[in-house]
Design a protein around this ligand. Structure first.
Ligand code: IPE
Ligand code: IPE
Ligand code: MG
Length: 243
C-alpha cells in the first residue's frame, strides 16, 4: 500500500461530542487527548514518518478563558505523562506555532519533551500549537525582508525554496494527506502554503470517536488517489486525449 510520508490531522469535534453527552466541552478535550495518543501509536506502528496534529489554533485563543486554560493544562499533563512512552516508541516530538503565548509551565513541559526525544529516529510527531498559517507566512515574509534589508539577500533571491526553508515546518516535507474530522470541510488557517498538493480526507466522525480503523479507512482512500501534481499521469499520453 502507498503510505503517506506525512499525515496532518485537524482533530475537530471534541465540543460537539461532549455536548451530545451533556457534559462540559473540556470532557471532550480529555477524551480527544486519549484518542490522539492512540492515533500517534498507530501511525508510528504503521511506519508513517511524519504526523502533524492541529491541537490549538491562533484563533482558539479567543475561546472562553476557562476552556483555554484547561486545554493548556491537559496538554501539560499529557506531555508529562507521555514523554517516557514517546522515547520508548522512538518518537521525536516537536512543535510549530507561537510559543511566546504559551503559559510558562506548559512551555517548560514542551521543552522537556523536545529535549528528551531529540535522538529518536522513528515517527516525527509535530503539535501545531497556537498555530496559524497566515501568521506563519507573515513571519516568513518579515524574516526574508529583514535579510534583504540587511543586504544578505537580494529581492531576486526570493524563490519558492527560500520561502519553504524559512517556514516553521522546514525541513518536514509537505503533508501528503490532511484528515479533518467532525464534518467540517475547511482548513481553518492550517498549513495553507504546505497543503498546495495535499490530498484531503473529510469524515463526519467526531474526533473523540475516531479510531484506528477510521485511520485505516483514510489510508486506504489515500492509496487509491491518483496524484498528478499538475502533470498527466504516467500511463496517459497525448494521443489518448486527441482521439
Ligand atoms: C477541536 O474540537 C479541539 C480544539 C479546537 C482545541 P473543538 O473544541 O473545536 O470541538 P467543536 O468543533 O466545538 O465540536
Ligand atoms: C481548528 O478547529 C483548530 C483545531 C482543530 C485545533 P476549530 O474548531 O477551531 O475551527 P473552526 O472554528 O470550526 O473553523
Ligand atoms: Mg471545532
Amino acid at each position: 500500500m502507498n503510505l503517506p510520508k506525512h499525515i496532518a490531522i485537524i482533530m475537530d469535534g471534541n465540543g460537539r461530542w461532549a455536548q451530545l453527552k451533556r457534559r462540559p466541552r473540556t470532557f471532550g478535550h480529555i477524551k480527544g487527548t486519549r484518542v490522539a495518543k492512540k492515533i500517534i501509536t498507530a501511525c508510528s506502528r504503521r511506519g508513517i514518518k511524519n504526523l502533524t496534529l492541529y491541537a490549538f489554533s491562533t484563533e482558539n485563543w479567543f475561546r472562553p478563558q476557562a476552556e483555554v486554560s484547561l486545554l493548556m493544562q491537559i496538554l501539560r499533563r499529557y506531555l508529562k505523562r507521555e514523554t517516557e512512552n514517546l522515547v520508548k516508541e522512538n518518537i521525536r516530538f516537536s512543535v510549530i506555532g507561537d510559543m511566546s503565548r504559551i503559559p510558562a509551565d506548559v512551555a517548560k513541559a514542551i521543552e522537556n519533551s523536545i529535549e528528551a526525544t531529540a535522538q529518536c529516529t522513528g515517527l516525527h510527531l509535530v503539535f501545531a500549537l497556537s498555530y496559524g498559517s497566515r501568521q506563519e507566512i507573515t513571519n516568513t515574509v518579515r524574516e526574508i525582508a529583514r535579510r534583504v534589508e540587511a543586504g544578505e539577500l537580494s529581492a531576486d533571491d526570493v524563490d519558492e525554496s527560500l520561502i519553504n526553508s524559512t517556514l516553521s515546518t522546514y525541513p518536514t516535507p509537505d503533508p501528503d494527506l490532511i484528515i479533518r474530522t467532525s464534518g467540517e470541510q475547511r482548513l481553518s488557517n492550517f498549513l495553507l502554503w504546505q497543503a498546495a498538493y495535499s490530498e484531503f480526507y473529510f469524515t463526519d466522525v467526531l474526533w473523540p470517536n475516531f479510531t484506528e480503523s477510521h485511520l485505516d479507512e483514510a489510508l486506504a482512500a489515500f492509496s487509491m488517489r491518483q496524484r498528478r501534481f499538475g502533470k498527466v499521469s504516467s500511463n496517459d499520453n497525448m494521443e489518448k486525449f486527441s482521439n
